[in-house]
Ligand binder design. Structure first.
Ligand code: FAS
Ligand code: PHB
Length: 389
């Protein structure tokens, strides 16, 4: 088989890239190791930056998002029972869209189907050859058979555990990592949200987040030690812990219910440089990971896709090889700023087991500075709504 761009990974990055390339007349094939149902069964992000919203609309994938998504003009932080509302729209002119990654992925798959896009499921890529030539070959297993996909370019959209990043010779890769000494236990419930806006709650017992997917579907998280097992948590135990960490007046009105889904995700900050090697280009979690505290993971994947589809379109439409050379630095400039914000929000809001009294006091002082300084709130807001592409 042959195509212009072989896309490894049928998650949000791979699917959006496929749709945008197709709209620009660039032939591509997506190779996804899992079934569609498996991919759609993942419960992940919930907040879209304006840049992501604009890009999905430009890709003709924004109709249901605009109909069912919720635009939020503010977000809340709390420190024990003290609440701080950040009016992100007043401070930056922009809000955020609450629309789950699961729904975005659904819409992307529907859009690819509508345009006859080639997404091959249960296609497990095991080798990427010839990336230093101008005719790389992707090798994958499907139905127990080995297959090859010849192409001009390979887009590694295969997430943190995929093979694409490792196809770059180790001597050419620089990796940066910060593993956090805790994870997030998430719960999805068919209950009304705890509040109109998201609440990022900091407490001596640990961090908690009150989020939502709609007026009747809520998403919550509590920080847990890495030793925790999801099977040791009942929904009741989760609700009891959440109520102890969020402001009293929010806890008093919290509507609880059975868990539709519960899972624990580890937190890490990770960047692998460069994001391009020869004819291989990385986008999304394949190249970087952020702790979900800043709601940046999915949005960073989309800004990579924005740069990458323009890069490939410039090559195919004007044979512009300078764009190919510029991609990695262009994408990484935004990646690192989002890494910073996500790291900063994580340090501000979580209880670090080995943190000294001084460092804990610094956390509280940071919160008090936000309380008193509009400049501090504006800085948080401009990062939360999304830095410009
Ligand atoms: P993805 O990991 O979504 O997709 C990669 C795809 O590549 C997968 O479908 C995988 O099956 C496929 N693949 C891997 N190896 C392959 C191979 N050898 N052959 C073929 N296909 C292969 N972000 C937020 O903003 N907010 C959140 O709350 C949040 N919560 C998260 C919770 C969890 C548990 C995880 C893991 C991530 C979370 N994220 C969150 C980040 C997440 O949303 C990612 O940023 C987003 O999925 C990135 O999309 P992709 O880069 O497409 O990677
Ligand atoms: C979510 O709704 O899943 C969510 C929202 C904001 C975050 C992380 C996760 O920062």
């Amino acid at each position: 088989m042959k195509t212009q761009v072989a896309i490894i990974g049928g998650g949000p990055a791979g699917l959006l890239l496929s749709q945008l390339l197709d709209l620009h007349g660039i032939d591509n094939i997506v190779l996804e190791r899992r079934t569609r149902d498996y991919v759609l069964g993942r419960i992940r992000a919930g907040v879209l930056e304006q840049g992501s919203v604009d890009l999905l609309r430009a890709a003709d994938v924004g109709e249901r998002m605009d109909r069912e998504g919720q635009v939020h003009d503010g977000v809340e932080l709390s420190w024990h029972d003290e609440r701080l509302q950040i009016p992100i729209k007043d401070l930056t002119g922009r809000g955020v869209m609450i629309y789950g990654q699961t729904e975005v992925t659904h819409d992307l798959y529907d859009a690819r189907d509508a345009r006859g896009g080639a997404v091959i499921h249960e296609a497990d890529v095991f080798a990427i050859d010839g990336i230093e030539s101008d005719s790389p070959v992707v090798r994958y297993l499907k139905d127990g058979q080995e297959h090859t996909l010849e192409c001009d370019f390979v887009a590694g959209c295969d997430g943190f555990h995929g093979p694409a990043r490792k196809a770059i010779p180790a001597a050419q890769r620089r990796e940066f990592i910060r593993e956090y000494p805790f994870g997030w236990l998430g719960l999805l419930s068919e209950t009304p949200p705890a509040a109109h806006e998201l609440i990022y709650a900091s407490h001596d017992r640990g961090f908690a987040l009150c989020s939502m997917r709609s007026d009747v579907l809520s998403r919550y998280y509590v920080q847990v030690p890495l030793t925790e097992k999801v099977e040791d948590w009942s929904a009741d135990r989760f609700w009891d812990e959440l109520k102890m960490r969020i402001p009293e007046d929010v806890a008093a009105h919290l509507v609880t219910g059975p868990a539709i889904e519960m899972s624990i995700a580890p937190l890490r900050s990770f960047v692998s440089e460069p994001m391009r090697y020869g004819r291989l280009f990385l986008a999304g979690d394949a190249a970087h990971i952020v702790p979900p505290t800043g709601a940046k993971g999915l949005n960073l994947a989309f800004s990579d896709v924005y740069y990458l589809h323009r890069t490939l379109d410039a090559f195919y439409s004007t044979n512009d090889t300078d764009a190919l050379d510029a991609y990695s630095d262009l994408a990484l400039a935004r990646v690192w700023k989002c890494e910073r914000f996500s790291w900063w929000m994580t340090n501000l809001l979580h209880d670090f087991p080995d943190r000294s009294d001084f460092e804990r006091r610094m956390q509280k002082t940071e919160f008090e500075y936000l309380l008193q300084s509009e400049t501090a709130r504006k800085s948080l807001a401009e990062n939360y709504v999304g830095l410009p592409y």
